[in-house]
Ligand binder design. Sequence first.
Ligand code: TXA
Ligand code: MG
Length: 361
Amino acid sequence: METIIKKVNKSDIDKEVIEQAGQILKDGGLVAFPTETVYGLGANALNEEAAGKTYAAKGRPSDNPLIVHIAEFEALDKIVQNVPEKARLIAENFWPGPLTMIFNKSDVVPYGTTGGLDTVAVRMPDDPIARALIAAGGGYISAPSANTSGRPSPTAAEHVAADLSGKIDMIVDGGSVEIGVESTILDMTVEPPMILRPGAVTKEMLDKIIGEVTVDESLISDKSTEPPKAPGMKYRHYAPRAELIIVEGDSGETVKAIKQIAYEQVRLGYKVGIIASNETIGEYTVGIIKNIGSRENEKTVARNLYKILREFDDEEVDYIYSEAFPSEGIGTAIMNRLGKAAGHHVLAAGAITKLQKYRSI
Ligand code: TXA
Ligand code: MG
């Protein structure tokens, strides 16, 4: 299939393109579009067959449910059984925005969309192109991230094209996204509500509005024996092709440790990538060094993360070493995604530099 690619300007949206894309969605086709978090692969959420096409295009396991996107709060009633008071409060504060809530589904939502679950995930995105497209496509658009399953989520239309060209009907190119990591997922079917995936809307922000919010144990501890409650979180998502290793420690020690390992790996003939920051980039000497932004500005780090992982894929590096980043604000989401991409392979910088000292005696 030939994939149509159309550019749309956020501040002057081309109505004809949106109409065309909306018609494709209504006819059961697939359209990738920008949201403020990552690009989504849109389909009619109330059409079981369209859900099937989504799973096929992404190569996604069909037990991994899709998020239904709406353009206005009133649309919620039709697809859920009831809207708890707390959900109303949260919607007032964070919708439209990078937040997904889980509800008990109504009968109009097919099991094909929810991966066989009786619950449905719903999000109202803020991006104006996304909202126009959802409305034009009938108001209920399922949209997983528009990547091939297992690859980093797309933060620009080029990433979508690299993964899905020839497999979907259309890509609406709205430029690079704002946030760069997927939405926070909050389960409203349990009390207190539980965060199943961290994102730009943090636990602290939610606590302030509705009191206590809990966090899925499997997100906090590697040792949790419970599977993650969001089915998608159990997969080694966001995986770059290279082996990714996070190096943790104080800044000086981290740089020293990464330099040492990179030097040895390069000497052994491996192609090495390094994820560095504004503060440290000048200190690295070997390997392919990429700047993810200032450690002080976690928003920039979030925006650059998936793009950098894709660049390293394209350059076919064997190993990627990344500094660890502060866990404040969206930092929790950054370290969650980085940790998953690394298969939770984390090294302590102090141990490496000590080992090196011992070896050189
Ligand atoms: O920011 C985002 O949320 C992006 C943009 C496109 O909106 N979408 C996104 O979708 O990240 P996806 O499919 O890549 O991730 C959806 C996650 C998966 O981990 C899935 O298991 C979980 O949401 N999920 C969906 N429905 C669920 C449900 N009913 N119960 C628990 N988890 C659910
Ligand atoms: Mg995804």
